[in-house]
Structure formats: structure tokens, C-alpha cells
Design a protein around this ligand. Structure first.
Ligand code: ATP
Length: 258
């Protein structure tokens, strides 16, 4: 896992006049599991949304597996990417959202088969087989015909994870996947993510407030503050022996609420 899968090279993001990401340089290796922690508004979700091509960048270059994400090569130059390039790059990434974002009018099965059929051109049978395997993996094979509104939050989030995996992404992005869930069902979602982290060579980037979980599954934890990485390192270092005062303050505030 030595090749960088994701590289942020001097990336800046402004929303209007507000600068949210500041000259960010950030690498994630192939297969690495990285967790981003940090205060509300520090830009954590923006980093994931930029990778998923849901939010554009204001400056800098992002590379995904050696290809520019928001640019295309033209001769020796990089020019802003067109929709076709973005669509192609997006197929390498799956994203799991805080509020699930399932298609409410489609059955669970169709939530999983729609994009593989439309975007990847899989046959109905291939898409169904893949969906059934994934539903079994997340323990929801009995619920294939239901609609999202008939499922609990934890079950909906497990469908959200299966739906992202149905595209066979190389990179999984998790944006606070458990923060909209009741405490007693958080664990069923964490179990699925834990299994993914341990059994697959996916590159994973996760924003979470579940510090214990982050410490368990991450190769590296990045503490974000004010649009940039303030401190990063292996979880045992960040959680037990942080160097920066801001990291210490943040951790003591969140861990005292834990
Ligand atoms: N579409 C948008 N338009 C304008 N400002 C935005 C937009 N999206 C996010 N922001 C602002 O950008 C900043 C960073 O937001 P972001 O959601 O990335 O933070 P975060 O660290 O993920 O916060 P939280 O933990 O609360 O989700 C915030 O000040 C937010 O208000």
C-alpha cells in the first residue's frame, strides 16, 4: 500500500467569499483507512464532497490513482474537467451519507441495481446477483422488496453502504455514517464498516465523531481545524499523545461527552 491513491495538491475551496479549505496537501495511500476528525465547520465534509465531485475546487489539483480529478490533461497542461471526465472519475468512488440519501420511491433492490445498470451497463441479472450478494453481506437479504421508508435508520444506512459498494468502487467515503442514528443502532452500522475495513483492500476515508471506532479501524487519523490538517498520525498517537494544543482541546471536549 505504497502508491498514493488520493493526492490533494495545494487545494483551496471558497464558498463565495468564505475560504473553507486552505492550501490543503493531503495524501491517502492505496488501501489506507484514514479518519478525519475535527470541530464542526472545519471543512471535513467538504473534503469528501470534493472527492465525490459533488463540490468543485477553487484552486490546486487533486489526483486519484494518478489521474487528475477536477482536471483533464490537454498536451502538457491540465484544463478544467468536463462532465464526461468527472462522471468517469466518479465511478471509482462510493459515498455513504449521514442521512442515507436512498431513492425513497425505489425498492431496496432497485436502489442497489439502478446505478450499476445505468452507469456501468450491467445486465439485469448481473446487477441483481451483485445486489443480492451485497444485501447478504449487510444482513438485509430479507428486505430486498421493501422501500427505504419501511426500514429502520440502521437498516437504511446498511442499504446505503451496500448501494455504494454495488458500483465496485476503489475508494469508499463515509460522511458521519452513524451520526443520524439512535445510539442503540449505531453498532450494527459500525459492524458492517468494520468488516469492510478488515476484509477488503478498499481505500477508506471517513469523517466520524465515533472516536473509539476511528481508533480501532484507522491506519491514520487527521485532525482538521479551520480548513487544514492541524495534526495527523496513527490513532494511538493522536488519541493518546497529541502534540498540538488544539487537538488536545478538541479531544478533551468530545471525549468528555462520550
Ligand atoms: N454549499 C455551501 N455554501 C456555503 N457554505 C458552505 C456550503 N457547504 C459548507 N459550507 C460552509 O463551509 C464550512 C465547512 O463545512 P463542512 O460541512 O465541510 O464542515 P464540517 O467540518 O464537515 O462540519 P460538521 O462537522 O458540522 O459537518 C462551514 O462553515 C459551512 O457553513
Amino acid at each position: 500500500m505504497n502508491e498514493p491513491m488520493i493526492v490533494f495538491d495545494h487545494v483551496r475551496k471558497d464558498y463565495g467569499k468564505v475560504n473553507v479549505i486552505k492550501d490543503l496537501n493531503f495524501h491517502v495511500k492505496n488501501g489506507e483507512k484514514v479518519t478525519i476528525i475535527g470541530p464542526s465547520g472545519s471543512g471535513k465534509s467538504t473534503v469528501l464532497r470534493i472527492l465525490m465531485t459533488l463540490t468543485d475546487i477553487s484552486d490546486g489539483v487533486i489526483w486519484v490513482d494518478g489521474e487528475p480529478l477536477w482536471h483533464e490533461r490537454r498536451g502538457d497542461n491540465l484544463v478544467p474537467a468536463g462532465e464526461r471526465h468527472l462522471r468517469q472519475m466518479r465511478t471509482q468512488m462510493g459515498m455513504v451519507f449521514q442521512h442515507f440519501n436512498l431513492f425513497p420511491h425505489m425498492s431496496v433492490l432497485r436502489n442497489l441495481t439502478e446505478a450499476p445498470r445505468v452507469v456501468l451497463g450491467l445486465s439485469r441479472r448481473e446487477a441483481h446477483e451483485r445486489a443480492e450478494e451485497l444485501l447478504e453481506m449487510v444482513g438485509l437479504q430479507e428486505h430486498a422488496k421493501k422501500f427505504p421508508g419501511q426500514l429502520s435508520g440502521g437498516q437504511q444506512q446498511r442499504v446505503g453502504i451496500a448501494r455504494a459498494l454495488a458500483m465496485r468502487p476503489r475508494i469508499m467515503l463515509f460522511d458521519e455514517p452513524t451520526s443520524a442514528l439512535d445510539p442503540e443502532i449505531v453498532e450494527e452500522v459500525l459492524t458492517v464498516i468494520r468488516q469492510l475495513a478488515h476484509e477488503h483492500d478498499l481505500t477508506m476515508l471517513m469523517v466520524t465523531h465515533e472516536m473509539r471506532f476511528a481508533s480501532e479501524i484507522s491506519d491514520r487519523v487527521c485532525f482538521f481545524d479551520d480548513g487544514n490538517i492541524c495534526e495527523e498520525g496513527p490513532p494511538e498517537k493522536i488519541f493518546n499523545n497529541p502534540e498540538e494544543e488544539r487537538t488536545r482541546q478538541f479531544l478533551s471536549a468530545v471525549l468528555s461527552n462520550d
